[in-house]
Design a protein around this ligand. Structure first.
Ligand SMILES: Nc1nc2c(c(=O)[nH]1)N[C@H]1C(S)=C(S)[C@@H](COP(=O)(O)OP(=O)(O)OC[C@H]3O[C@@H](n4cnc5c(=O)[nH]c(N)nc54)[C@H](O)[C@@H]3O)O[C@H]1N2
Ligand SMILES: Nc1nc2c(c(=O)[nH]1)N[C@H]1C(S)=C(S)[C@@H](COP(=O)(O)OP(=O)(O)OC[C@H]3O[C@@H](n4cnc5c(=O)[nH]c(N)nc54)[C@H](O)[C@@H]3O)O[C@H]1N2
Ligand code: SF4
Ligand SMILES: [Mo]
Length: 583
């Protein structure tokens, strides 16, 4: 058996012939990437180790990296890795090396941390509905989620049921829903509060799961007219949505975009509170990664060594603090705000960049040292999903190329002469310890290929607090750039099959060649008119390239309340052919 390890809700499972399994959780179908993985596996691969563009043997590259590591202080080393591959031995376990040597880690906040923390603050966990819970709902609300593209098996459950979408534009999910509400970017917290006010007033609210008296006190501080003007919907529209919520009691899918917008964690938390206020248990879904009891800390060794951390959205703006940047499982030049600064730091000779990737990512292409990685089709690993309750033991279906993360980590430890129990522990033993609370073992996984696990913790009652005060919430002023998933790409991946996508920015107002300017700088873009609200600009997050630069190069996120970066950016458009650029 083998699971697709890409950063995706679905974590599709395939049989030994690489056909999507017919039963749970994949139901015999997969996406346009899943269907092309075997072909993609042969294209654009890093075929050897490279140093300064020259092919070298792996030992030579490893000894060069260790020399570089020995020559700097631990706090001058930064490692950046993310969810290019969700395997426990690919993403998590190799971080042990860096934690043992005392290098600086990121806080892994680029995607979903903010929303996790916002929801946890109310429920003690961000774990929400399981697929089997979802099946029981007769309706769904997709709130800041382009599920039609980003979550195809979740969408499958609701395809023929009643669907409501709340978005800042008529997304594909909105178009395929029975009802859609287009609101001002970042105003989700205001809308959630307006709904709760109506639930209380109309007697829709139930006292079973939340303290309604306290809720009443908290929402009283908000004026309905102010909430409506923040959201940019009429009172009738919001009342209609409240009625639909009370009638259908839908499962609410809270998209990750919510956490990366204004009021991020507060919005996610307040949206997650809505089902509880209506008396619906486990009525939301965000990400279940924290609910299986997998001990990620043990895998990374952070139970012993707690690293200094750097906000992931701020990495590129703090490169002067580092001399060595070690990257795996991530393509930060494209996907991190200000990512182009990595290229500049490498070109200036101030930063040594080492990249371990199976493919020639944009970051691998500019690295001083490149180490060829093995893909998920080529190595054994244990994979979990942030949606469904299955652990999968990946058995390779393609001959191995490159080196695995564990092999590289071991080679570096040896070369550095490190001898620590965390580094000496067998990786499979470490996985066994890390999954001890799930009720299965590596041995059982190996035997069965896939094992259903029980949630370790599920939300029950919800606390009204931390309820924000009106002063704590805010809204963007100008034009806002928003992002979403493209069906043929996962973040920056899959250009091998579907081609590179230059930055095309969709706008309700502008058309033609021009520039996009944000706090981090300016890039040339093509603007295409689309059916979008005046203040919303839209780009697929797979189209972040603009010549040598990226859309992310102009973004400089602030931290939201719970520590995650706000990636939706306030930007300006400057049209090239206008004498007085429209700003
Ligand atoms: N095909 C495909 N699937 C993917 C991915 C991919 O790249 N391609 N990426 C994976 C990853 S890493 C992630 S994080 C998830 C992301 O999946 P989702 O959580 O679905 O997030 P997005 O697709 O980024 O955007 C969701 C929607 O949020 C809207 N939006 C933006 N800002 C706001 C706001 O302030 N309020 C509201 N209400 N809506 C807003 C956008 O217009 C968009 O329609 O998908 C995963 N699945
Ligand atoms: N402005 C803006 N920026 C964003 C977003 C946005 O909405 N707006 N979205 C953000 C989100 S949600 C996310 S999750 C991040 C994603 O950011 P990244 O994690 O950088 O995303 P990917 O493009 O998926 O890059 C993953 C890399 O891992 C590599 N890889 C795949 N498998 C393996 C493996 O087995 N081993 C190793 N060593 N490498 C492997 C791939 O080849 C690829 O280069 O981007 C974020 N960036
Ligand atoms: S990218 Fe997502 S939907 Fe596509 S095969 Fe992988 S897990 Fe399935
Ligand atoms: Mo993500």
């Amino acid at each position: 058996m083998i699971a697709c390890t890409r950063d995706c809700y679905d974590t599709c499972v395939f049989d030994e012939n690489y056909q999507p399994v017919k039963g749970e959780p994949t139901f015999g179908f997969t996406c346009s990437r899943g269907r092309m993985d075997l072909k993609r596996n042969e294209i654009n691969r890093v075929d050897s180790a490279y140093v300064d563009g020259k092919q070298v043997g792996l030992e030579q590259a490893v000894s060069l990296i260790s020399r570089a590591l020995r020559g700097v202080r631990p706090d001058e080393i930064l490692h950046v890795e993310y969810d290019g591959n969700q395997g426990l031995l690919t993403w998590y376990y190799p971080a042990r090396l860096w934690n043992v040597i005392g290098a600086v880690s990121t806080d892994y906040s680029i995607c979903s941390l903010e929303g996790h923390e916002g929801i946890k603050a109310h429920y003690g966990t961000s774990m929400g509905a399981l697929p089997e819970d979802m099946e029981k709902f007769s309706a769904a609300a997709f709130w800041g989620s382009e599920a039609v593209f980003s979550f195809i098996h979740g969408w499958r459950i609701f395809k023929d049921k009643y669907k409501i979408t709340i978005d800042v534009r008529m997304s594909e999910t909105a178009k395929r829903s029975e009802k859609a509400y287009v609101i001002r970017p970042g105003s989700d917290a205001y809308l959630a509060i307006a709904l709760m006010k109506i639930f209380l007033e109309q007697g829709y609210a139930k006292p079973d799961l939340v303290d309604l008296e306290l809720l009443r006190k908290r929402v009283e501080k908000f004026d309905m007219d102010e909430l409506l003007s923040a959201v940019n919907l009429s009172e009738d529209e919001v009342r209609e949505l409240a009625d639909l919520y009370a009638y259908y009691r839908p499962l609410t899918v809270i998209g990750f975009a919510i956490g990366r917008s204004w009021n991020g964690g507060h919005s996610a938390g307040l949206i997650s509170l809505i089902p509880a206020v209506l008396g619906v248990k486990r009525g939301f879904y965000y990400s279940n990664s924290g609910g299986w009891g997998i001990d990620f800390q043990y895998l990374r060794g952070t139970h012993v060594f707690q690293p200094k951390t750097m906000g992931m959205g701020e990495v590129s703006y703090n490169l002067d603090k580092f001399k060595v940047l070690f990257v795996w499982n991530s393509n930060p030049v494209v996907t991190l705000p200000g990512g182009d600064r990595i290229r500049e730091a490498v070109e200036s000779g101030k930063l040594l960049l080492v990249v371990h990737d199976p493919f020639w990512s944009e970051t691998a292409k500019i690295a001083n040292v490149v180490i060829p990685g093995s893909t998920f089709l080529e190595k054994e690993d244990v994979v979990y999903s942030y949606w469904h309750p299955y652990l999968i033991y990946n058995t390779p279906v393609r001959p191995k190329r490159g080196v695995t993360e564990v092999e590289l980590m071991k080679a570096l430890s040896r070369e550095l002469g490190l001898d620590h129990p965390l580094l000496n522990e067998d990786p499979w033993d470490a996985v066994n310890v890390a999954i001890r609370k799930t009720g299965t073992t590596v041995e059982e996984l190996r035997r069965k290929g896939m094992v259903k696990i029980k949630p370790f913790i599920t939300p029950e009652k919800a606390s009204v607090d931390p309820f924000p005060s009106p002063e704590e919430l805010g809204l963007p002023r100008g034009e806002v750039l928003v992002f979403s998933a493209h069906p043929n790409y996962t973040n920056s991946q899959f250009t091998e099959i579907y081609g590179k996508r230059e930055a095309v920015i969709y706008s309700g107002k502008y058309e033609g060649e021009g520039f996009l300017e944000g706090e981090g700088g300016r890039i040339r873009v093509k603007l295409v008119r689309a059916d979008l609200p005046e203040n919303v600009l839209f780009v697929y997050k797979s189209s972040l390239l603009s010549g040598e630069r990226t859309v992310n190069s102009i973004l400089r996120p602030v931290r939201n309340k719970f520590g995650g970066p706000r990636l939706n950016g306030e930007v300006r458009v400057i049209l090239e052919d206008s004498e007085n650029p429209r700003r």
